[in-house]
Design a protein around this ligand. Structure first.
Ligand SMILES: [Zn+2]
Ligand SMILES: [Zn+2]
Length: 262
């Protein structure tokens, strides 16, 4: 049994066959799915999905793309959702996106800090999105690490989702006690740098995710991704790290259960 710790099954890409996708995932061995919200509306949809399926849990939050539009009432609504639904197990995805910069950087930082405080209040882990302006830049990662360090007394837990940082960023994230999650982009032909970081990631900090509908694995490139394709990621991680598939499945499942208190 493996856990897809990050996907977006509430997105319209699944409107025609959501139930089939969820059943196929289950039949393929993806026993638990964390559906991660990207907006306030998506937080409600994720919670509804989690309440409709035994094996789905929800994370509530607002993507940094929309950081500029986040009002305090939105945070209150997310707090209400999380406190009134047992299946809300995380706050996210939240963080910084300096690639598209749909919201100004300082606004993104302010909003991220609010979500950090909310996660701390609710004693829930953070699912952190971190995307740089370009390959060489480390501004987003540095800002996230700085904000987490400034709040270190708040006993924060979380995962750096879709990890794409350098070995130095990886070391800092590990120092902060964060889990590191890789998506199916590790399977891409040109992802050597990512695979180098993967080799440096201790297996007891590793989580699996698809980030579906995005980032379908190499074998399904160009198609809609779905949780069942997580098996391709496990295969690649096994090849890169030299660790047996069964061991990767067992340890990453235990890691996700530990972080999300499943
Ligand atoms: Zn993301
Ligand atoms: Zn995502």
């Amino acid at each position: 049994m493996i856990i897809d710790s990050h996907c977006h099954l509430d997105f319209p890409q699944y409107d025609n066959d959501r139930d089939v996708v969820i059943r196929t995932a289950h039949d393929t061995g993806v026993g638990i799915i964390i559906n991660v919200a990207s907006s306030l509306a998506s937080s409600f949809k994720s919670t509804e999905l989690a309440n409709s399926y035994n094996n789905i849990y929800a994370s509530c939050g607002i993507h940094p793309h929309d950081a500029a539009a986040v009002a305090d009432e939105d945070l209150d609504k997310i707090k209400d959702l999380a406190t009134s639904n047992k299946k809300v197990v995380a706050i996210g995805e939240v963080g910084l996106d300096f690639y598209k910069t749909f919201s100004p950087r300082d606004v993104q930082e302010d909003t991220f800090i609010k979500f950090v405080n909310l996660a701390s209040d609710l004693k829930l882990p953070l699912i952190i999105h971190c995307r740089e302006a370009d390959y060489k830049s480390r501004d987003a990662a540095r800002a996230i690490i700085r904000i987490l360090k400034e709040n270190i007394g708040k006993d924060l837990h979380g995962v750096m989702h879709c990890f794409s940082g350098t070995k130095e960023v990886l070391a800092e994230c590990l120092d902060l006690g964060l889990y590191i999650s890789y998506t199916c982009n590790v399977t891409f032909k040109k992802a050597d740098i990512l695979r180098e970081a993967l080799k440096e990631t201790p297996i007891d900090r590793l989580l699996l995710e698809t980030d579906a509908p995005f980032l379908a694995p190499q074998a399904k490139r160009g198609q809609r991704n779905e949780p069942a394709y997580l098996t391709y990621l496990v295969e690649t991680i096994s090849q890169v790290t030299g660790v047996d598939r069964e061991e990767i499945e067992k340890v990453t499942t235990a890691n996700a259960k530990n972080l999300f208190q499943l």
